[in-house]
Design a protein around this ligand. Structure first.
Ligand code: ADP
Length: 344
């Protein structure tokens, strides 16, 4: 018998006691009627006493335990009568099982966050250490006499300046991502033509692209107005990061093409390059902070490894999604959606 109710349990115990007493009476007097009367009286009396004892000493205490668990689960104080049941043992069993599952999930999440934090700290200190140590080395070499040769001096000062710039980029990206993760970045949504915005980004990045003879264009058949409802400046940042990557990981003399697609509720924007590409095993982790396919190439190009993580945050916090397709040696396409404006 699993989890008997108090009254059922009491009946069983009372029947046992009454049967034993009436058996004794029958054996002593050999009188069936006396034994029957004793049996009935014993059942009634023992039921009354045992039921009260059970209620007082066991079930009340269990109900108190149940009350504590229930309140802890709900995070508030609930009146005693609201959850009174005539089967408190079963209730406690269910409540404890549910509670254990919830707590297990919370503990797993806390462990995951702890691991995440440790990894993040390790990554940040590593990223800071590399340019700082280089900077330290160049400055000490200059102090030790390398500044006497004007050419060497210029070279070392230039390298120091590059490392300072890398540190500044890293600090900027870190503060941006932490603001995004804390939900402190507000989005000023407006209706604008994303094709026009892409052309503005092309213009701003033209000098960078021409250094590698990379050409910019809008995909054939897509050169029309596509109105989205989003934050213009945050979207500019998304497009800038993707176009800068298409230059950094593009090939000399290559091309960056941007296309737009109307997807009913959303506008899909795709930034494609014919650069080095990314092999399949890296794609699922590409939007994680500090994830890089080729660390040296990224650092040499001034990358912090945070660009795509920021892009993902910016797109998702505007109700969009981001994805990537890529083939090593052929090129990559980064696509993101933004809600379509109903105004135009
Ligand atoms: P980074 O600052 O290193 O460029 P990102 O977060 O912007 O950081 O990109 C993460 C990594 O993804 C890069 O280090 C690079 O290996 C890869 N990547 C990003 N964009 C491209 C691209 N267009 N083509 C090839 N690889 C890319």
């Amino acid at each position: 018998m699993k989890n008997p109710k108090p009254n059922v349990l009491t009946i069983y115990i009372s029947l046992c006691i009454a049967a034993s007493l009436s058996a004794v009476v029958f054996l002593l007097g050999r009188n069936v009627m006396h034994a029957g009367v004793v049996f009935l009286a014993a059942v009634v009396i023992s039921y009354f006493f045992i039921y009260n004892a059970l209620q007082k000493f066991i079930y009340r205490k269990i109900k108190l335990i149940y009350k504590s668990i229930h309140n802890l689960k709900l995070g508030k104080d609930v009146g005693f009568g609201e959850y009174l049941s005539d089967d408190p043992i079963n209730d406690v069993e269910q409540e404890v099982a549910e509670w254990a599952i919830t707590k297990r999930k919370e503990i797993d999440e806390l462990k995951r966050m702890e691991k995440f934090r440790k990894e993040f700290l390790a990554n940040v200190s590593h990223e800071l250490k590399t340019p700082l140590f280089s900077l330290q080395g160049y400055i000490h070499t200059l102090i030790d006499g390398a500044d006497e040769d004007p050419e060497v001096r210029k070279k070392f000062l230039q390298k120091s300046a590059d490392n300072v710039e890398r540190l500044c980029n890293l600090v900027d990206d870190l503060s941006e991502i932490s603001q995004l993760e804390r939900g402190e970045v507000s989005m000023a949504k407006e209706t604008f033509d994303i094709n026009k915005l892409v052309k503005e980004v092309f213009e701003a990045l033209e000098p960078q692209a021409s250094q590698r003879q990379i050409s910019f264009s809008i995909k054939k058949g897509c050169d029309a107005a596509f109105y989205v409802l989003a934050d213009r400046e945050k979207t500019r940042q998304v497009i800038t990061n993707l176009v800068v990557n298409s230059i950094k990981y593009g090939r000399d003399g290559g091309e960056t093409i941007v296309g737009f697609y109307d997807m009913d509720e959303n506008i899909l924007t795709e930034v494609s390059d014919n650069g080095i590409g990314i092999s399949e095993e890296h794609l699922p982790r590409l939007f994680e902070r500090f994830y890089r396919v080729d660390k040296h190439r990224s650092r040499d190009a001034g990358g912090t490894g945070l660009g795509l993580a920021i892009v993902k945050h910016l797109v998702e916090s505007q109700g969009g999604t981001i994805n990537v397709r890529s083939t090593p040696g052929i090129g990559s396409t980064f696509g993101f959606t933004l809600p379509k404006s109903k105004e135009k």
